[in-house]
Design a binder for this molecule. Sequence first.
Ligand SMILES: NC(=O)c1ccc[n+]([C@@H]2O[C@H](COP(=O)([O-])OP(=O)(O)OC[C@H]3O[C@@H](n4cnc5c(N)ncnc54)[C@H](OP(=O)(O)O)[C@@H]3O)[C@@H](O)[C@H]2O)c1
Length: 257
Amino acid sequence: METGKTIAVVTGASCGMGTEFVRQIGEQKPFIEEVWAIARNREALEKLQREVSKVRVFALDITSPKDLDTLAAALRQERPRIAWLVCSAGAGVQKTVEETGLSDLQNMIELNCTALTAVTKLCLPYCKKGHLLLLASGAAFVPQPGFAVYAASKAYVLSFARALNVELKRSARVTAVCSGPVDTPFLDKMGGKEQMPAYKKPFIASAKKVVKKALKDAERGRELSVYGISMKVTRIFCKIVPHRMIMRCMYGDKRGA
Ligand SMILES: NC(=O)c1ccc[n+]([C@@H]2O[C@H](COP(=O)([O-])OP(=O)(O)OC[C@H]3O[C@@H](n4cnc5c(N)ncnc54)[C@H](OP(=O)(O)O)[C@@H]3O)[C@@H](O)[C@H]2O)c1
C-alpha cells in the first residue's frame, strides 16, 4: 500500500500537546520526512512550520466529513508510510450535563470519539509497523460528575485503543496516553487553572514531559502511557476501589452507596 514518504500524522497540532508531539517527532526522529500537522487554525500551523521545517500544513476540521475526505485524498495520492499517528485533537467542558449546551456536549463526542476513530481508520492502512498514540486521559479511569461527557469520551478512547492494539496483532502498536492535567491552552478553554478542583492543581504536568514519556512508552510497545506517580496511583486506586465509593468521596454522591 505505502510507496511514498515516511511520515507522522498529528491531529490537534496547532497548540498544546499536539504542537509538542510535532516538535519532538520532527526534531528527534530523523527518518521522518514529513509531519502532517492537522488542526483548524492555519495560522498556528504555519507558525509551527516555520519552527519545524518538516511540517506540512493540513488546516482541517476533523469533525467535518468534507475535511476528512481531503485527508483521505492526500493519503491516497501520496501513499505514505505512517510511522507515527498521534490523535491529540480533543475538547473538554467542565460543567454538569444540565449546565452544558447541547452543541458542546455533541462536539466533545464528535471530536473526542467519532473524529478520532475516523482519522485512525483512514490512516490505519498506511500504519504498518507504525505507532499509534491516542490521547485519552486520566479522566478515563473513573466516571467524573461535573465532567461526565468528557470522562466518558476518554473512557471510549482508552477502550478503543486497547482493543485496537490487540486487533492489530503487532502489525502496528497502539498506546493510549492517560495523563492528569497538563499545562496547555486546554485548561484555559475550561475556564483556567483557577476553575480546577483544588486536588488536581498540584499535579499539573508540562506538555514537554508528558509527550516525551508518551513517545518513549510507545517505542517500548506499552499499551498505556501514564505520566507521573500521582496518576499511576490514581489508576491503581480506580481499579481496586468501587467507583461509586470514589464518586461519593470526591463528589459527595450519596446515591447507590
Ligand atoms: N491538557 C490537559 O490537561 C489534558 C489532560 C488529559 C488529556 N488531555 C487530552 O489530550 C489531548 C490534547 O490536549 P491539549 O491539552 O493539547 O488540548 P488543546 O491545547 O486544547 O489543543 C487541542 C487541539 O485540538 C484541535 N482541535 C479542536 N477541535 C478540532 C477540530 N474540530 N478539528 C481539528 N482539530 C481540532 C485544536 O486546534 P484548532 O482549534 O486549531 O482546531 C488544538 O490543536 C486532548 O485530546 C485532551 O482531551 C488533555
